[in-house]
Design a protein. Structure first.
Length: 203
């Protein structure tokens, strides 16, 4: 039988907060879906594969000093500047060799209310997208660590990596979607909840 549900809806009177909670609820019910269709904003183009997602935090520590004698300290922001340059080169290499886009999304350091102090810390946040059947999020994370060295502390922030999604485009349910929409299935660069829901399926 067919069943549809949104992770935004309430089940048993309790609102579910996102796809992960819906997956946990389904598991508790002992339900094993045969197939799932994830409705995302794809303009009705069937999608059989999408990239994964990972976010990494980088931190560099320096040594504080008064701005009148900056040479007495070690400026973490200046140290991070060379990291940014290295990441730009790495971004080009990852895209060329593995079709993996990497983006520097945020950087911050020092003391906003005390700019007369040499910056003791600097933090950078980046994200990247791993295509299916290529490097994993852990692979790229290790490449980042190996490239930057031990002076830069790398860690996963609050969100765990989302794996890429792949479904054979020749499967009947994909071909059915293609016939209904009149559009050929394709792979997309962003990610959807399909990666989370796929954990409910056997294959």
């Amino acid at each position: 039988f067919w069943h549809n549900h949104s992770e935004e809806n309430a089940i048993d009177g309790l609102p579910l907060k996102g796809s992960r909670e819906l997956v946990e609820w389904v598991r508790k019910q002992g339900v094993e879906p045969d197939a799932m269709i994830v409705v995302e904003p794809t303009t009705l183009v069937p999608v059989y594969a999408h990239n994964g997602y990972a976010k990494v935090a980088l931190e560099i520590r320096g040594k504080g000093a008064h701005s009148s004698v900056p040479e007495a300290g070690i400026n973490a922001i200046e140290r991070m500047a060379s990291v940014v340059s290295t990441l730009k080169d790495l971004r080009l290499r990852l895209r060329k060799d593995h079709d993996t886009p990497l983006n520097i999304g945020y950087i911050g350091g020092g003391r906003e209310d005390q700019v007369n102090v040499v910056a003791e810390t600097c933090t950078l946040l980046l994200d990247y997208r791993c295509p299916p059947n290529m490097l994993t999020a852990e692979d790229v994370f290790q490449i980042i660590r190996d490239t930057l060295g031990s002076a830069v502390h790398a860690s996963w922030p609050e969100i765990e990596p989302i794996p890429p999604f792949y479904c054979n485009p020749d499967r009947p349910i994909v071909r059915l979607a293609a016939n209904i929409t009149g559009k050929e299935p394709r792979q997309i660069e962003y990610y959807t909840d399909g990666a989370v829901y796929k954990t409910l399926l056997n294959d």
